[in-house]
Every structure is written in structure tokens, then in C-alpha cells.
Design a protein. Structure first.
Length: 396
């Protein structure tokens, strides 16, 4: 170990000694030493009593940029002037370098080229399109546990578009990483391994075709899962033929925009007011409409009828959401159960079953004797606060 240390030390020392910077530093120190000596020799007994006075004259002239001791001999003045000019040049260069470094850091941050630091459990929002600020508003309303400084945008749109969003007071703390969100290097700069959730929207930051947008979404989901298996991914698709690929990538939630749009138009054509009902069910906040909540651990293994008695007044239980969470967590729980009863065949069968399960599978109004399984959440509908009293006041 000592041999390795000395070998490394010797190697680094040789590199330093051979560096041109080292020669410049040595030459600079030698020049300043000569100037201090010359000033003292010509000013000795006139304005200076010792080398200490000459060194003090050097420090003040070099660092502060003025003379504390008024030298009087021509040679002394010439040397002091050289010291003064050299100090001004050195410190102005250092100041410029430091200012340039900070400006470069700020520009990289503004352009999303800087790697995130000290961020954990954050939310990634990948992609960009018109009306992006409305998407951000909806994300913040639907996730009251997320603050703006926990959201990291990843896209390849122009820096002007991002600045327009971040200039809005409510979005000023947003984090931003510029680049292709399907590339590993870009995701690493966004600290993908420490992220908790991600939403991939159809990216229209460039002139991508519909197929290109969906292909990039699938590629991004595959890359993200390989880097962070625990990550919860929700992704938007235009074409349903890519849905199978996202399922194979263990994407936790798939949004088929076109299908939802067509379904909404079809229901509106009936003239029954379905679109208004759907709008209310989706809600514009995190406290009303269709809500999904955790089920207490004590109700796992019990029946749906038992759960109905637990739901608080003001909420209507309408079903269950099975296989929630991501594939990684369900697989981990299966392995943990296997350790309690180490039956190899049972473990293999259980893991195969998990692979074929549909993530976030809703069951509306199941039978009363339906048994609640692990990784299940409750689906219920809740109205807005005081909406009854407001309606009553209007009617009166």
C-alpha cells in the first residue's frame, strides 16, 4: 500500500514539475523577489529600514493597488510601478475568470445543461407541447404532496419556452434538464435513480410524427426502468399498437389520448350530458371527483362489503384498483413471501402470475364477497365541499 502511495505521489509530482504553469509560477515568484530586493537596495536608509518594509510595500501595491510607502528613488519607483501593474493585471484576470465561471454555471442551469444535485424522491415531467403550463398546473393540483422545486422538466424545446414558464411566479422553482429524455445520459443528469415518479407526455418540442413520438415514449420507458426499476411511470400514447410495448416495459400507467378523445365525443353525441359528468368526475383538484386511496392493511384479505363500512361519510365507494404500484415492488413482495415458505415451484408460479397481471386494473362495484388482495386501493367518488349549501342558496 505504501509503495502504491509513493508511486502515485511521484507520478503526480513529475506531472506538476513538467507543467508549463509550474514554470510560470516559479518565474513570477522569482521576478517579484528580485523586484522586492531592488526596491529595498535603492530605498534602504531613505524610506525603508529593512526587507520587511520592502515586502510590505510589495503586498500593498500588489494586492491593494496603492502605495503605503512613498518611494523616492527612480529605480525604486519603476520597480514599485511594475509590482502595481502586475497586481492589477493578475487580480483583474482572476476576477474575470471567477465571474465567467459563475456566469457559465448560471447559463448552464438556465439552459438545463447542469446536473441536478441533492434531489431525491422528485417528479420527472418529460416532453413538451403547447399549453404546457396548464399541464403543470394540473400536476400540482393533483399531487398536493409535490412542490414546484421537486418537479424536474426534461425536454428538448427552446430555452425561451422554458424561461417563459419559469418566469411565472408559481413555476419559478422548477428544475430543468435539457436533452432527449429517451437518452441515458440526459436521464442521469436528472438523477433518474433517485426519482420516484415520472409522467411522459407526447413530445411536440420538435416536428416529430405520431409514430416517432410514440416510439420515443416506449424507448424512454425502457431506459428509465433499466436505470430505476422502482420508478412509477405514467406515459401518454397516440397509437394503441404501442401499448403492448409499454406493457412489456412494465409501464405502470398508459394514457391513450386518442381513444379517450373519441370516447368522449361518442358519449357527448348521445345528448345525455355524459361529458359534463365526466368532467366533474375527473375534477380540477385533489379533493373531489374520482379519488383513489390506500386501503388500511387490516382490510387486506377481507371482503368488499367490509370495506364499504369503513369509507367515511361524504364519499361513495365504487370499486377497487388492483395491482397498484410497480412491477419491481410486486416482485419484491413475492420474493419476501417466498422466504417465509421456500417452495421453489410456488415462487416461480407466483412470479409468472405477476408478469401476466395487468397493472392498475380497476374493478367497479365487485360482489360483496370479493376478497381484497395486496396492492389494492379503493376507488370512490367525493363531491366538492359545501356544494350542497351553495346550490341551496342559489335555488332560494
Amino acid at each position: 500500500m505504501k509503495k502504491n502511495f509513493f508511486r502515485t505521489f511521484k507520478k503526480n509530482l513529475l506531472i506538476i514539475l513538467k507543467s508549463p504553469v509550474t514554470y510560470l509560477v516559479v518565474a513570477f515568484i522569482a521576478l517579484m523577489t528580485i523586484l522586492i530586493d531592488v526596491v529595498y537596495r535603492y530605498e534602504a536608509g531613505v524610506t525603508m529600514e529593512s526587507y520587511t518594509d520592502s515586502f510590505w510595500n510589495f503586498l500593498i501595491a500588489f494586492v491593494a493597488g496603492y502605495y503605503d510607502i512613498c518611494v523616492v528613488t527612480p529605480i525604486g519607483r519603476a520597480c514599485s510601478f511594475i509590482i502595481l501593474i502586475t497586481g492589477i493585471l493578475v487580480f483583474s484576470t482572476l476576477t474575470g475568470k471567477i465571474a465567467s465561471m459563475f456566469m457559465d454555471m448560471q447559463m448552464k442551469k438556465n439552459k438545463g445543461l447542469k446536473k441536478m444535485k441533492n434531489l431525491k424522491g422528485h417528479f420527472l415531467l418529460c416532453g413538451y407541447r403547447d399549453g404546457f403550463d396548464r399541464i403543470l398546473d394540473t400536476v400540482l393540483r393533483s399531487n398536493p404532496d409535490i412542490t414546484t422545486d421537486m418537479i424536474v422538466l426534461i425536454n428538448d424545446t427552446s430555452s425561451e419556452n422554458i424561461e417563459q414558464i419559469r418566469n411565472q411566479p408559481r413555476f419559478k422553482d422548477l428544475q430543468y434538464v435539457s436533452g432527449d429524455f429517451s437518452e441515458e445520459e440526459t436521464l442521469k443528469r436528472a438523477l433518474i435513480r433517485d426519482a420516484e415518479r415520472v409522467l411522459i407526455i407526447a413530445d411536440r418540442s420538435k416536428n416529430y410524427s405520431t409514430m416517432e413520438m410514440d416510439s420515443r415514449t416506449v424507448l424512454a420507458a425502457l431506459t428509465m426502468k433499466s436505470l430505476n426499476p422502482k420508478l412509477y411511470i405514467a406515459a401518454e400514447l397516440f397509437d394503441s399498437k404501442f401499448k403492448k410495448h409499454l406493457e412489456m416495459a412494465h409501464c405502470d400507467e398508459i394514457i391513450l389520448t386518442n381513444e379517450y378523445e373519441y370516447s368522449l365525443l361518442a358519449t357527448a353525441s348521445s345528448g345525455m350530458g355524459y361529458s359534463n359528468v365526466i368532467r366533474e368526475l375527473i375534477g380540477d383538484d385533489a379533493d373531489s371527483g374520482i379519488l383513489i386511496e390506500d386501503i388500511p392493511a387490516s382490510y387486506i384479505g377481507k371482503t368488499y362489503a367490509d370495506l364499504r363500512g369503513f369509507i367515511a361519510t361524504g364519499s361513495v365507494l365504487i370499486g377497487l384498483l388492483q395491482n397498484t404500484g410497480n412491477f419491481y415492488m410486486r416482485r419484491k413482495d413475492a420474493l419476501r413471501e417466498a422466504q417465509k415458505n421456500p417452495d421453489v415451484k410456488k415462487v416461480v408460479d407466483n412470479l409468472k402470475k405477476i408478469k401476466t397481471l395487468k397493472s392498475n386494473d380497476p374493478i367497479l362495484v365487485p360482489a360483496d364477497d370479493f376478497v381484497i388482495q395486496p396492492h389494492t386501493k379503493a376507488i370512490f367518488v367525493k363531491g366538492k365541499k359545501d356544494v350542497g349549501s351553495e346550490e341551496l342558496a342559489v335555488n332560494n
